[in-house]
Design a protein around this ligand. Structure first.
Ligand code: KIV
Length: 286
């Protein structure tokens, strides 16, 4: 079992092998997804919405990301773990950003960090990669800019926006990013970006030409109830399964069906006899 590394991810693109990435936020899911063979586990700041119940990713803190990343790292043997830098952890100044980067890298055991943005963050990406930190870029629909976008709509659909995205992608590659997430952009543009870069592109709502694909695990397992984006394929309906299991449990407890004999522990007969005698003596019955 070879561990997935920056080098092996780049080799996968060169060999035309598709890269698989899913989000994970805790030990249990990391353990299952890693065991299934997913190449990259992203501790996405989407955790703010799907595990913490916020309306968007903006309230997520560095501490939240560190807490969840540590659990994911503990559940992972083969996959590469990538952690999102949350909103305002890298926008204030490069100095503050490098401090946050250092803390996340040192105290979580993650293997790489993901940042949203193009030209604006190129200097920081260069600084991080110069310091030996693998950086994954993220262009297109970047949820940390949701207030500016005014919704989760398709990005880079005009000629100017598409040109900007392409030049941002090239700038990120030149700054040293090892991979690039492309979110919710036309598939033709994703294909062009993928062909223009040596580093792999990983698409979410960016069509089939990307070098890999990523989904939010709660979406693909049918666990997030608020909305299902068009680009999601649901591979299971865990919400229905969990709902049914919880109802079965409630019925069993209320109907005295659970716990049954096989879930119950007993004292051996002799200990029980002696114990009852002790109790009787204590109560003055003997
Ligand atoms: O936070 C996240 O889960 C992400 C993916 C959607 C790529 O950034």
């Amino acid at each position: 079992m070879d561990k997935v590394t920056v080098k092996s991810v780049r080799e996968m693109k060169a060999k035309g092998q598709k890269i698989t990435m899913l989000t994970a936020y805790d030990y249990a899911f990391a353990n299952i997804l890693d065991g299934a063979g997913v190449d990259i586990l992203l501790v996405g700041d989407s955790l703010g919405m799907v595990t913490l119940g916020y309306d968007d990713t903006l309230p997520v803190t560095v501490e939240d990301m560190m807490h969840h990343t540590k659990a994911v790292v503990r559940g992972t043997k083969r996959a590469m773990v990538v952690t999102d830098m949350p909103f305002m952890s890298y926008q204030v100044s490069d100095e503050k950003a490098m401090e946050n980067v250092g803390n996340i890298m040192k105290f979580t055991g993650t293997h790489a960090l993901k940042l949203e943005g193009g030209e604006r963050i190129v200097g920081l990406v260069k600084r991080m990669t110069d310091a030996g930190i693998p950086v994954m870029g993220h262009l297109g629909l970047t949820p940390q800019s949701i207030l500016q976008f005014g919704g989760y709509g398709l990005q880079a659909s005009s000629i100017e926006e598409a040109q900007r995205l392409l030049s941002d992608a090239i700038a990120l590659e030149e700054a040293g990013a090892f991979a690039l997430v492309l979110e919710k952009i036309p598939s033709e543009l994703a294909e062009l970006v993928t062909a223009s870069l040596e580093i792999p592109t990983i698409g979410i709502g960016a069509g089939p030409a990307c070098d890999g694909q990523v989904l939010v695990v709660n979406d693909m397992l049918g666990m997030f109830e608020k909305f299902v984006p068009k680009f999601v394929k649901q591979y299971a309906n865990l919400r229905a399964i969990i709902d049914q299991a919880a109802k079965d449990y409630i019925n069993d407890v209320r109907g005295d069906v659970f716990p049954a004999g096989e879930q119950t522990f007993h004292m051996d007969k002799e200990t029980l006899g002696n114990f009852m005698e002790e109790i009787d003596r204590g109560l003055g019955r003997k």
